[in-house]
Design a binder for this molecule. Structure first.
Ligand code: HEM
Length: 491
């Protein structure tokens, strides 16, 4: 029987009905790979395209981690503290499919057109101003991940040599990601806020259900149907061959600028500079430790609750008319948790069901990049904070780029009238707009507000739209190269 991707119940990844899906799907889509170091290798195929196809097949045989293997390794890690093996993924762009001479492409129109074609709609900077690696056509991206940085560096060098020596392609550039942690060991982004708390979840496993409230009804259900991220791979070998669209954006963070603006905002709303954590929480929607500002007036001192606890995610904004967590706060813009369907606030046409709003969710798999002279946990002074050279390698998976990533960026974050008139842009990632100041509550739950224009501390340096194909398709590529009379040099 065909798998029902629209089933909203979480799945058992070990159940027989998902066995062939899990073996043919690349890892990191349904669940994060969880390694601390990554390399993102950007490739253009050629001059020898048959060698490129052959190399991809070889890479799929030797390096790609399936969803099944990832799940088995994560169980081993949890139960016996045995670290997983080097994690590998390979993603192709539409230009990459064309360069390989493949006629059957995944059919998302945004994927086929590429990220640059959406520049105007997203208010992205001109690609001429992007970093060199991203200006011309990229054909593929390899993702390597491991907890041992030296292993990533060595394998990246080896792969570059293998690809270029066989004239399969040119490595256009490599980005290295590294998980940053706060003093309690939880992953943060460069502005210092715990990240990756709220994600769509798919598995009915111990690690996922720990983050979900045991009591019901819940205020927020984090589970999502597989159709949120998976689409049939048109080139897959089996009926259960699936893939997912990946948005990659290199987002530079001006950490000093953000910190200064946060302190100025604190003053503007009548707080001391030392209360800038509160101002920052109005920007993000969460305090640095992950507590949502809609449910908590202040971040508990020396709080020991893990941000993976369901308390951090089992909330919505039904009892908050923007006086606790402003409508423009980052997490409220990109996941309104019902705001956009509330009759008082609805913005888009007829009242929609909550499930329709939830269809815009994305699965985030980003990782910070860049070295800091003084790590966030060592409390750097203002002048020691970086203004460039650090940021987020933003990655998100979805089944429909227009309705998911692009919807969140263009129609939520950038739209000054979303979810209500005069909201202003998302102060963290908003682009474009008319420079309208956002209105900031002067105290928690206070209806009085102060206008303050907060934006411009995150800059796009480049990016692209990819597809994560099924493993059976990638393996098959080497056979098709072989049929063209070219013995693979990799066997
Ligand atoms: C440098 C850029 C960015 C930074 C520093 C950043 C930071 C954060 C932080 C700290 C959180 C709270 C943690 C959590 O709820 O999991 C968050 C949540 C989130 N972010 Fe971002 N983010 C960035 C870019 C983006 C972009 C480009 C998008 C998509 C357009 C996005 C979408 C989301 C979503 C969907 C959530 C979860 C909201 C929820 O479910 O409540 N972020 N981000």
């Amino acid at each position: 029987m065909a798998i029902n991707l629209d089933n909203v119940e979480p799945i058992d990844p070990t159940a027989a009905e998902y066995a062939s899906l899990m073996s043919d799907l690349q890892g990191n889509i349904l669940k994060a790979h969880g390694r601390d170091h990554t390399a993102h290798v950007f490739i253009r195929f050629g001059p020898d395209v048959a060698a490129a196809a052959s190399w991809i097949g070889h890479f799929a045989e030797t390096h790609i981690t399936s969803a099944k293997r990832q799940h088995e390794e994560s169980l081993l890690y949890r139960e016996a503290d045995i670290a997983g093996t080097l994690f590998g993924n390979l993603y192709l762009t539409a230009r990459g499919y064309q360069a390989l001479g493949l006629r059957s492409l995944p059919n998302d129109p945004k994927f086929r057109a590429g990220m640059k074609a959406s520049g105007r709609a997203l208010h992205d900077p001109d690609p001429k101003l992007w970093e060199e690696c991203y200006r011309d056509d990229i054909h593929a991206m390899i993702l390597l991940a491991d907890d041992i940085e030296a292993l990533i560096l060595r394998e990246t060098r080896r792969l570059r040599h293998e690809i270029e020596h066989n004239r399969a392609g040119t490595v256009l550039g490599v980005e290295f990601g590294r998980v940053l942690r706060n003093k309690n060991g939880y992953p943060i982004e460069h502005f210092g806020y715990v990240d990756s708390i709220s994600q769509p979840l798919f598995f009915k496993t111990k690690s996922d259900s720990a983050t979900v409230s045991a009591s019901s009804p819940q205020e927020w259900n984090p589970y999502g149907p597989l159709s949120l991220v998976l689409v049939q791979d048109p080139n897959g070998e089996t009926r259960d061959s699936y893939g997912s669209y990946l948005v990659f954006r290199k987002l530079e963070q001006d950490v000093r600028g953000f910190e200064l603006a946060t302190r100025q905002l604190a003053r503007a709303i009548g707080m001391t500079e030392r209360e800038s954590d509160h101002a920052g929480a109005l920007v993000i929607g969460r305090f640095p430790d992950g507590h949502p500002i809609t449910t908590t007036k202040e971040q508990p001192v020396d709080n020991e609750v893990s941000p993976n606890d369901y308390l951090f995610n089992d909330f919505n904004y039904a009892r908050d008319d923007g006086t606790k967590c402003p409508f423009h706060a980052h997490i409220r813009k990109v996941n309104p948790r019902g705001d956009s369907i509330s009759p008082a606030r609805r913005r888009y046409g007829p009242l929609r069901e909550l499930e329709a709003e939830r269809r815009h969710r994305i699965v985030r798999r980003g990782i910070p990049y860049g070295r800091r002279e003084i790590e966030p946990k060592d409390k750097p002074r203002l002048e020691e904070l970086p203004t460039n050279g650090v940021g987020l390698l933003f990655m998100c998976f979805q089944s429909d780029i227009q309705e998911q990533y692009e919807f969140l960026q263009a129609r939520c974050a950038n739209d000054e009238q979303f979810p209500v008139a005069k909201t202003g842009v998302d102060p963290l990632i908003g682009q474009g707009g008319n420079g309208q100041s956002q209105l900031w509550p002067k105290g928690w739950g206070e209806p009085t507000t102060t206008p303050f224009n907060f934006m411009g501390y995150v800059h796009l340096l480049g990016g692209e739209y990819f597809f994560a194909p099924s493993i059976s398709f990638l393996k098959k590529l080497s056979q098709s190269a072989g049929r063209q009379g070219r013995p693979s040099p990799y066997r």
